[in-house]
Design a protein. Structure first.
Length: 149
C-alpha cells in the first residue's frame, strides 16, 4: 500500500495516521527480523538462534551500540556449548566442511550473518517505511536545517 501524498514531518507530529505508523512499524519488524533470521539459517544456526535474531533485529537496528548478531551468537554459544578442544581444532582445520562443523566457527558465522541480515534489513526497511508513510525526506531535511541553523 503506497500513500500518494508526500507529507513532511511537522512539530505537531508525523502528519500521518496512527494506522499508517503501525503499518510502517510492522514492515520494519518483519523486514529486519526475517533478514536477520535468514542470515542465521544460512549459517546453519540453531532455530532458537534464528528466532532470537528475528525477535531483536527490529530494535537493535535502531541502536548503533547493540547488534542482532550478538544476541543470536550468544544463544548459539549457549546451544552449542563450545569447549577449549574446539578452539584447538579450529587451528588444525584444512577444509571448509571441517570449518563449518566447528562449534566456535559456527557461533562466529551465525553472529556475522545475522548482523549482515540486520544491516540489509535496516536499509531495505528504511526505504519501504519511507515509501509507505509518504514522508518527503527532502522536506524533512530542509525543515530540520532551517530550524537548527
Amino acid at each position: 500500500m503506497r500513500v500518494l501524498l508526500k507529507v513532511p514531518l511537522t512539530r505537531r507530529g508525523f502528519g500521518v495516521s496512527m494506522h499508517l505508523m503501525l503499518l510502517a512499524l510492522g514492515y520494519w519488524i518483519v523486514i529486519n527480523g526475517v533478514l536477520s533470521a535468514t542470515g542465521v539459517l544460512i549459517a546453519r544456526g540453531h532455530p532458537l538462534s534464528a528466532l532470537t535474531a528475528f525477535a531483536v533485529a527490529w530494535i537493535t537496528s535502531l541502536n548503533p551500540m547493540i547488534a542482532a548478531g550478538w544476541f543470536a551468537g550468544l544463544v548459539e554459544a549457549w546451544v552449542r556449548s563450545p569447549t577449549t578442544s574446539d578452539l584447538k581444532e579450529l587451528i588444525d582445520v584444512e577444509t571448509p566442511s571441517e570449518l563449518l562443523r566447528n562449534p566456535i566457527f559456527k557461533i562466529l558465522l551465525v553472529t556475522a550473518l545475522a548482523n549482515i541480515g540486520s544491516i540489509i534489513g535496516t536499509l531495505l526497511g528504511a526505504y519501504i517505511v519511507i515509501n509507505v508513510t509518504g514522508i518527503d525526506i527532502e522536506a524533512v531535511m530542509n525543515d530540520a536545517l532551517t530550524r537548527w541553523f
